[in-house]
Write a protein that binds this ligand. Structure first.
Ligand SMILES: Cc1ncc(COP(=O)(O)O)c(C=O)c1O
Length: 424
């Protein structure tokens, strides 16, 4: 068996040869600061950063120290522990919508419980979700995440096999950034909707001015809970997340990625009134929402998260992150403009990508109608020139220095030229 390459071994033991997350042709052996190194020795500037958590870069020495000292004290207890309590306190002090917190192990789990919590709190079943919005892998979240077939709203399209029709029956799907549509949908189903779940910046697409405030108003008017999925944006857009940056406070917030400092940890937070549904003594057996998990509040993840948050709180950190991201955005734009390729740079300086289209990008269908062949070539040539990114996103982070910016600019120039030279 060991005479086989790692890729061949992966083909034997993993369906589709991978973990399901990312292009299995790449095998990352290690990470250090702004870089990852593949098993074949190729080094990449890492803009994937573990799909978001490694905002400080890989192997930050202070985080490593915190983790090492916790390892000596124990790796997991299942019980309350000081590190988990301290992290909960810090998150609650940072996030405007948070009074209490419940830990889980992944962002998708946090979203699943957020939707269940909204159902428990309101006594209603329907969930309004946006087409293209990503909320993990629960049955509800797998509705119209990446529908191949574009149907009339608000009908959902399941993205996965194995989901019963009864789940589809309780989902309402709307186009992101379309206030008029959401208003009419909510008017029609007002008394049945438990929550509107939304990524405040959907994948890459910023909310149109007033869109999140409109959702807040509609929810208040009809007794619907507003759920912000801040698994990506939490502690990235600002120390208080997208809700601080955009000035709209949801009822329930889900968090993941950065709060675990690279370890499996996620959470949902809300007011004490809403979170009471996790406390049988407060709501009784009828209203109680059972929730537990072996690794919830894991102390190693908690100390890594706490140290990461402490570093993020230092003066100037978010300014540095945003200015690095803005320079990356500008260099992508300038290189493509110089070779005359129509495109949009879509996102926030902390997280964005190039979308190959002449048109404004306001929703999933706008992204879907972009030029897939140009996207593929651009990403391929970036990779060949030492840039690792997700096919649909580039994460700015704090380990990027002038050296990496220069190297990225050179790679972007080559990728832009390759797009310009594509046969029609
Ligand atoms: C907005 C959003 N929500 C939820 C999730 C799911 O988080 P996890 O992969 O930790 O389950 C992700 C993952 O990328 C995400 O981007």
């Amino acid at each position: 068996m060991n005479d086989l390459s790692l890729h061949e071994r992966a083909q034997h033991v993993l369906p589709a040869g991978g973990f399901g997350n990312f292009d299995p042709s790449i095998m990352i052996a290690s990470g250090d600061g702004a870089y990852v190194e593949a098993a074949d020795g190729t080094r990449y500037i890492d803009y994937l950063i573990g799909s978001g958590p490694m905002i400080l870069g890989h192997g930050h020495p202070e985080v490593l120290d915190a983790v090492h000292s916790q390892l000596d004290k124990g790796m997991t207890f299942f019980a309350n522990n000081p590190a988990g309590i301290a992290l909960a306190e810090e998150i609650i002090s940072a996030v405007p919508s948070a009074e209490q917190l419940r830990y889980v192990s992944s962002g998708g789990e946090a979203d699943m419980y957020a939707m269940r919590l909204a159902r428990a709190y309101t006594g209603r079943d329907k969930i309004l979700k946006f087409e293209g919005g990503y909320h993990g892998m629960s049955a509800e979240a797998q509705m119209s995440l990446a529908p191949a077939q574009l149907v009339n709203f608000p009908a959902p399209v399941p993205d996965s096999a194995g989901i019963p029709q009864t789940v589809s029956d309780e989902m309402l799907i709307a186009p992101f950034n379309d206030e008029a549509f959401v208003e009419s949908l909510v008017a029609e189903y007002a008394d049945e909707i438990a929550c509107i779940i939304v990524e405040p910046l959907q994948r890459l697409i910023p909310p149109a001015p007033g869109f999140l405030a409109c959702l807040r108003k509609l929810c208040d008017k009809h007794g619907i809970l507003l759920v912000f999925d801040e698994v990506v944006t939490g502690f990235r857009f600002d120390y208080g997340g997208a809700q601080t940056l955009y000035g709209v406070t949801p009822d329930i917030t889900t968090l993941g990625k950065i709060i675990g400092g690279g370890f499996p940890l996620a959470a949902l937070v809300a007011s004490s009134d809403i979170m009471a549904h996790f406390d049988k003594a407060k709501v009784g057996a009828e209203g109680f929402l059972m929730q537990l998990g072996t690794l919830s509040g894991n102390p190693v993840a908690s100390v890594a998260g706490l140290k990461t948050l402490e570093i993020l709180r230092r003066p100037g950190t978010y300014e540095t992150l945003r200015s690095t991201g803005q320079r990356l955005m500008d260099m992508m734009h300038e290189n493509l403009r110089d070779v005359g390729i129509p495109h949009q740079i879509v996102g926030d300086p902390t997280l964005f990508d190039v979308v190959f289209t002449e048109h404004d990008v306001r929703n999933y269908r706008d992204v879907k109608s972009s030029n897939a062949a140009q996207t593929a070539i651009f990403n391929k040539v970036l990779r060949e020139n030492g840039i690792l990114k997700s096919p649909g996103k580039l994460y700015a982070h704090l380990a990027i220095t002038e050296t990496e910016l220069d190297m990225t600019n050179a790679a972007a120039a080559r990728a832009a030229k390759a797009v310009a030279e594509m046969p029609n």
